[in-house]
Design a protein around this ligand. Sequence first.
Ligand code: FMN
Length: 245
Amino acid sequence: MDTSAAMDISESMEWTEVEKVILSRRSTRAFKKDPIPDYMIRRILEAGRFAPSAGNSQPWRFAVVKSPEILNEMEKDAIKICKRMMFVLDYTRSRFRNIFLKPISKFFIRLQHNELHPVPFGLLNAVADGRAPVFHAAPTLILLFEDQRGVSSPATDSGICGQNMILAAHSMGAATCWIGLIKVLMYEPKWKKFFGVKYPYQLNNCIALGWPKVESDGQVPREVQVVEWYEGEMASSPRIEQQGE
Ligand SMILES: Cc1cc2nc3c(=O)[nH]c(=O)nc-3n(C[C@H](O)[C@H](O)[C@H](O)COP(=O)(O)O)c2cc1C
Protein backbone atom coordinates (compact mmCIF):
# COMPACT_ATOMS: atom_id res chain seq x y z
CA MET A 1 0.00 0.00 0.00
CA ASP A 2 1.30 3.45 -0.89
CA THR A 3 0.86 5.78 2.05
CA SER A 4 3.96 7.81 1.17
CA ALA A 5 2.26 11.20 1.36
CA ALA A 6 1.38 10.56 4.98
CA MET A 7 4.40 8.46 5.95
CA ASP A 8 6.19 11.18 7.88
CA ILE A 9 3.34 11.56 10.36
CA SER A 10 2.98 7.87 11.15
CA GLU A 11 5.58 8.08 13.98
CA SER A 12 5.66 4.75 15.72
CA MET A 13 1.96 3.97 15.41
CA GLU A 14 1.00 1.36 12.82
CA TRP A 15 -1.51 2.44 10.18
CA THR A 16 -4.92 1.08 11.06
CA GLU A 17 -6.85 -0.99 8.53
CA VAL A 18 -9.23 1.94 7.99
CA GLU A 19 -6.37 4.38 7.37
CA LYS A 20 -4.81 1.96 4.89
CA VAL A 21 -8.09 1.79 2.99
CA ILE A 22 -8.44 5.59 2.98
CA LEU A 23 -4.87 6.28 1.91
CA SER A 24 -4.62 3.62 -0.78
CA ARG A 25 -7.98 4.35 -2.49
CA ARG A 26 -7.80 5.80 -5.98
CA SER A 27 -10.35 6.71 -8.60
CA THR A 28 -10.28 3.96 -11.22
CA ARG A 29 -11.15 4.74 -14.82
CA ALA A 30 -10.52 1.33 -16.37
CA PHE A 31 -12.77 -1.57 -15.37
CA LYS A 32 -12.94 -5.23 -16.27
CA LYS A 33 -16.12 -6.22 -18.12
CA ASP A 34 -17.40 -8.61 -15.43
CA PRO A 35 -19.40 -6.90 -12.68
CA ILE A 36 -18.64 -7.55 -9.05
CA PRO A 37 -21.14 -10.05 -7.57
CA ASP A 38 -24.47 -8.89 -6.19
CA TYR A 39 -23.66 -9.93 -2.62
CA MET A 40 -20.69 -7.54 -2.68
CA ILE A 41 -22.84 -4.75 -4.12
CA ARG A 42 -25.30 -5.35 -1.26
CA ARG A 43 -22.46 -5.12 1.29
CA ILE A 44 -21.35 -1.84 -0.30
CA LEU A 45 -24.92 -0.50 -0.13
CA GLU A 46 -25.00 -1.57 3.52
CA ALA A 47 -21.93 0.60 4.21
CA GLY A 48 -23.90 3.49 2.68
CA ARG A 49 -27.06 2.69 4.61
CA PHE A 50 -25.15 2.84 7.89
CA ALA A 51 -23.57 6.23 7.18
CA PRO A 52 -24.22 8.96 9.74
CA SER A 53 -26.66 11.73 8.82
CA ALA A 54 -27.97 14.81 10.60
CA GLY A 55 -30.74 13.73 12.97
CA ASN A 56 -30.32 10.23 11.49
CA SER A 57 -32.54 11.55 8.70
CA GLN A 58 -30.90 9.27 6.08
CA PRO A 59 -31.84 11.61 3.23
CA TRP A 60 -30.91 9.25 0.40
CA ARG A 61 -32.14 6.68 -2.04
CA PHE A 62 -30.01 4.29 -4.10
CA ALA A 63 -30.32 2.74 -7.55
CA VAL A 64 -28.03 0.04 -8.93
CA VAL A 65 -27.62 -0.05 -12.70
CA LYS A 66 -26.12 -3.23 -14.17
CA SER A 67 -28.06 -3.57 -17.43
CA PRO A 68 -25.62 -3.22 -20.36
CA GLU A 69 -28.46 -1.79 -22.44
CA ILE A 70 -29.22 0.96 -19.92
CA LEU A 71 -25.52 1.68 -19.25
CA ASN A 72 -24.96 2.03 -22.97
CA GLU A 73 -27.91 4.37 -23.38
CA MET A 74 -26.75 6.51 -20.43
CA GLU A 75 -23.27 6.85 -21.94
CA LYS A 76 -24.65 7.69 -25.40
CA ASP A 77 -27.07 10.28 -24.07
CA ALA A 78 -24.50 11.86 -21.74
CA ILE A 79 -22.14 12.34 -24.70
CA LYS A 80 -24.99 13.80 -26.75
CA ILE A 81 -25.86 16.26 -23.97
CA CYS A 82 -22.18 17.25 -23.49
CA LYS A 83 -21.98 17.95 -27.23
CA ARG A 84 -25.11 20.08 -27.07
CA MET A 85 -23.85 21.97 -24.01
CA MET A 86 -20.48 22.67 -25.57
CA PHE A 87 -22.13 23.78 -28.82
CA VAL A 88 -23.86 26.49 -26.81
CA LEU A 89 -21.21 27.26 -24.20
CA ASP A 90 -17.77 26.85 -25.75
CA TYR A 91 -17.21 30.29 -27.25
CA THR A 92 -13.54 29.52 -27.99
CA ARG A 93 -14.45 27.16 -30.85
CA SER A 94 -14.47 29.87 -33.53
CA ARG A 95 -13.94 33.61 -33.99
CA PHE A 96 -17.64 34.06 -34.74
CA ARG A 97 -18.56 32.34 -31.46
CA ASN A 98 -15.96 34.35 -29.55
CA ILE A 99 -17.64 37.57 -30.65
CA PHE A 100 -21.31 36.62 -30.42
CA LEU A 101 -21.55 33.80 -27.88
CA LYS A 102 -19.07 34.90 -25.23
CA PRO A 103 -21.41 37.10 -23.14
CA ILE A 104 -24.19 34.48 -23.16
CA SER A 105 -21.78 31.65 -22.27
CA LYS A 106 -20.17 33.70 -19.50
CA PHE A 107 -23.61 34.42 -18.06
CA PHE A 108 -24.46 30.69 -17.88
CA ILE A 109 -21.01 29.83 -16.50
CA ARG A 110 -21.44 32.41 -13.75
CA LEU A 111 -24.92 31.10 -13.01
CA GLN A 112 -23.70 27.49 -12.72
CA HIS A 113 -20.25 28.27 -11.39
CA ASN A 114 -19.75 24.91 -9.65
CA GLU A 115 -20.96 22.69 -12.45
CA LEU A 116 -19.23 24.81 -15.12
CA HIS A 117 -16.02 25.40 -13.16
CA PRO A 118 -12.96 25.08 -15.47
CA VAL A 119 -12.34 21.45 -14.34
CA PRO A 120 -15.76 20.01 -15.25
CA PHE A 121 -15.91 22.43 -18.20
CA GLY A 122 -12.71 20.86 -19.56
CA LEU A 123 -14.14 17.39 -18.97
CA LEU A 124 -17.43 18.30 -20.71
CA ASN A 125 -15.36 19.51 -23.65
CA ALA A 126 -13.27 16.33 -23.72
CA VAL A 127 -16.43 14.19 -23.68
CA ALA A 128 -18.03 16.32 -26.42
CA ASP A 129 -14.90 15.89 -28.57
CA GLY A 130 -14.79 12.13 -27.99
CA ARG A 131 -11.55 12.39 -25.96
CA ALA A 132 -13.05 11.04 -22.70
CA PRO A 133 -15.84 8.67 -21.70
CA VAL A 134 -18.40 9.56 -19.06
CA PHE A 135 -18.90 6.31 -17.13
CA HIS A 136 -15.54 4.68 -18.00
CA ALA A 137 -17.35 1.53 -19.22
CA ALA A 138 -17.97 0.49 -15.60
CA PRO A 139 -20.19 -2.62 -15.42
CA THR A 140 -22.14 -1.22 -12.44
CA LEU A 141 -23.26 2.22 -11.37
CA ILE A 142 -24.67 3.15 -8.00
CA LEU A 143 -26.82 6.26 -8.25
CA LEU A 144 -27.22 8.26 -5.11
CA PHE A 145 -30.34 10.42 -4.81
CA GLU A 146 -30.64 13.02 -2.10
CA ASP A 147 -33.85 13.84 -0.25
CA GLN A 148 -33.94 17.63 -0.13
CA ARG A 149 -36.19 17.59 2.94
CA GLY A 150 -33.37 16.19 5.08
CA VAL A 151 -32.21 17.78 8.32
CA SER A 152 -29.47 20.42 8.00
CA SER A 153 -27.43 19.47 4.92
CA PRO A 154 -28.64 16.48 2.87
CA ALA A 155 -25.81 17.06 0.37
CA THR A 156 -23.23 16.53 3.13
CA ASP A 157 -25.08 13.44 4.39
CA SER A 158 -25.19 12.00 0.88
CA GLY A 159 -21.48 12.67 0.34
CA ILE A 160 -20.64 10.82 3.56
CA CYS A 161 -22.92 7.97 2.51
CA GLY A 162 -21.23 7.74 -0.90
CA GLN A 163 -17.74 7.80 0.57
CA ASN A 164 -18.71 5.01 2.98
CA MET A 165 -19.65 2.89 -0.05
CA ILE A 166 -16.46 3.82 -1.91
CA LEU A 167 -14.24 2.87 1.01
CA ALA A 168 -16.14 -0.37 1.62
CA ALA A 169 -15.73 -1.28 -2.07
CA HIS A 170 -12.01 -0.52 -1.98
CA SER A 171 -11.57 -2.59 1.18
CA MET A 172 -12.99 -5.56 -0.81
CA GLY A 173 -10.58 -5.07 -3.69
CA ALA A 174 -13.18 -3.48 -5.97
CA ALA A 175 -12.55 -0.24 -7.84
CA THR A 176 -14.66 2.90 -7.92
CA CYS A 177 -14.87 6.36 -9.41
CA TRP A 178 -17.25 9.14 -8.52
CA ILE A 179 -19.04 10.28 -11.69
CA GLY A 180 -20.24 13.80 -11.02
CA LEU A 181 -20.68 14.21 -14.75
CA ILE A 182 -23.80 12.04 -14.55
CA LYS A 183 -25.66 15.22 -13.67
CA VAL A 184 -25.82 16.15 -17.36
CA LEU A 185 -28.41 13.38 -17.77
CA MET A 186 -30.74 15.34 -15.53
CA TYR A 187 -31.10 17.93 -18.30
CA GLU A 188 -33.11 15.26 -20.14
CA PRO A 189 -36.65 14.70 -18.82
CA LYS A 190 -36.29 11.14 -20.16
CA TRP A 191 -33.73 10.21 -17.47
CA LYS A 192 -35.51 12.08 -14.68
CA LYS A 193 -38.60 10.06 -15.49
CA PHE A 194 -36.65 6.82 -15.89
CA PHE A 195 -35.08 7.08 -12.43
CA GLY A 196 -38.14 8.69 -10.84
CA VAL A 197 -36.26 11.86 -9.94
CA LYS A 198 -38.77 14.37 -8.66
CA TYR A 199 -39.25 16.38 -5.49
CA PRO A 200 -38.19 15.69 -2.78
CA TYR A 201 -35.41 13.75 -4.53
CA GLN A 202 -32.63 15.03 -6.71
CA LEU A 203 -29.62 13.25 -8.12
CA ASN A 204 -26.69 13.72 -5.76
CA ASN A 205 -24.00 11.71 -7.52
CA CYS A 206 -22.97 8.42 -9.03
CA ILE A 207 -20.36 5.79 -8.23
CA ALA A 208 -18.85 3.66 -10.99
CA LEU A 209 -18.03 0.25 -9.60
CA GLY A 210 -16.20 -2.84 -10.83
CA TRP A 211 -12.98 -4.79 -10.82
CA PRO A 212 -9.92 -2.70 -11.65
CA LYS A 213 -8.35 -3.37 -15.05
CA VAL A 214 -5.09 -1.71 -14.10
CA GLU A 215 -3.11 -1.32 -10.91
CA SER A 216 -3.19 2.01 -9.12
CA ASP A 217 -0.18 4.21 -9.96
CA GLY A 218 0.03 5.61 -6.42
CA GLN A 219 -1.45 8.60 -4.71
CA VAL A 220 -2.48 11.82 -6.43
CA PRO A 221 -0.74 14.71 -4.64
CA ARG A 222 -2.80 16.79 -2.26
CA GLU A 223 -2.39 20.41 -1.22
CA VAL A 224 -0.57 21.20 1.98
CA GLN A 225 -3.06 22.33 4.57
CA VAL A 226 -2.20 25.16 6.94
CA VAL A 227 -3.91 24.14 10.16
CA GLU A 228 -4.58 26.39 13.13
CA TRP A 229 -4.17 24.55 16.45
CA TYR A 230 -5.94 26.29 19.33
CA GLU A 231 -4.24 24.97 22.43
CA GLY A 232 -3.63 28.00 24.68
CA GLU A 233 -5.70 30.70 26.30
CA MET A 234 -8.49 32.62 24.54
CA ALA A 235 -6.19 35.62 24.12
CA SER A 236 -3.31 33.67 22.57
CA SER A 237 -2.89 33.12 18.83
CA PRO A 238 -3.22 29.63 17.42
CA ARG A 239 -0.13 27.65 16.57
CA ILE A 240 0.16 27.22 12.81
CA GLU A 241 1.14 23.80 11.55
CA GLN A 242 1.55 22.54 8.01
CA GLN A 243 -0.24 19.27 7.32
CA GLY A 244 1.38 17.43 4.45
CA GLU A 245 4.43 18.31 2.39
C1 FMN B 1 -17.95 14.53 -6.21
C2 FMN B 1 -16.93 13.99 -7.18
C3 FMN B 1 -17.22 13.96 -8.54
C4 FMN B 1 -16.30 13.42 -9.44
N1 FMN B 1 -16.65 13.30 -10.75
C5 FMN B 1 -15.82 12.68 -11.61
C6 FMN B 1 -16.23 12.45 -12.97
O1 FMN B 1 -17.31 12.82 -13.40
N2 FMN B 1 -15.38 11.75 -13.77
C7 FMN B 1 -14.16 11.30 -13.34
O2 FMN B 1 -13.44 10.66 -14.12
N3 FMN B 1 -13.74 11.53 -12.05
C8 FMN B 1 -14.55 12.18 -11.19
N4 FMN B 1 -14.16 12.38 -9.88
C9 FMN B 1 -12.86 11.85 -9.41
C10 FMN B 1 -11.84 12.95 -9.10
O3 FMN B 1 -11.34 13.44 -10.31
C11 FMN B 1 -10.73 12.33 -8.21
O4 FMN B 1 -11.30 11.98 -6.98
C12 FMN B 1 -9.59 13.31 -7.95
O5 FMN B 1 -8.92 13.63 -9.14
C13 FMN B 1 -8.57 12.74 -6.96
O6 FMN B 1 -8.05 11.49 -7.41
P1 FMN B 1 -8.20 10.14 -6.56
O7 FMN B 1 -9.68 9.94 -6.30
O8 FMN B 1 -7.60 9.06 -7.41
O9 FMN B 1 -7.45 10.33 -5.27
C14 FMN B 1 -15.04 12.96 -8.98
C15 FMN B 1 -14.75 13.01 -7.60
C16 FMN B 1 -15.67 13.51 -6.72
C17 FMN B 1 -15.36 13.52 -5.24
